[in-house]
Design a protein around this ligand. Structure first.
Ligand code: ZN
Length: 156
């Protein structure tokens, strides 16, 4: 199987069988909402961080194209259990990959690497980045000490 076909299969699999998708997350300290007006993607991300500053729970929900939803699913799977600083670093590695600025932490990204082909389609890059940028915002919001639910409306 060609690499592009394999990546396409992975993206389709996350779209059809989403991981960590749900409208609520028990004990979540942060809730952010991000949108990508270029495509009409809408994403809610909820995050629960434990005492050791690790991602203890994550849930995304939303409406959007297959790339945006599948990427959020792959992101959630890749950052679950990670230290939040590490998860931020992984988000940066994903952002660089999507901008064609190198491939770092390929193994840690798990299925996230499947989206590297999307970098060839500038219009879809923001779709793939939506979940990861929401994650970054959620971590920043958590660090800012915003307990409970806080919704930010930021474009990617
Ligand atoms: Zn999209």
């Amino acid at each position: 199987m060609a690499m592009e076909d394999l990546y396409h299969e992975i993206i389709l699999d996350h779209y059809k069988s989403p991981r960590h998708r749900g409208p609520e997350l028990e004990g979540a300290q942060v809730h952010v909402h991000h949108s990508n007006p270029l495509c009409g993607d809408e994403l809610d991300l909820r995050l629960r961080v434990d005492e050791a500053d690790a991602v203890d729970g994550i849930a995304y929900d939303g409406e959007g194209c297959s790339i945006s939803m599948a990427s959020a699913s792959a992101m959630a799977e890749a950052v679950m259990g990670r230290d939040i600083a590490d998860a931020e670093d992984l988000a940066e590695a994903f952002r660089l990959m999507m901008h064609g600025e190198g491939l770092k932490r390929e193994d840690d990204m798990l299925d996230g690497v499947a989206f590297q082909g999307v970098a060839q389609f500038p219009v879809r890059v923001k779709c793939a980045l939506l979940g990861w940028m929401a994650l970054r915002d959620a971590i920043e919001t958590y660090r800012g000490g915003a307990a409970g639910s806080r919704v930010t409306h930021d474009d990617v």
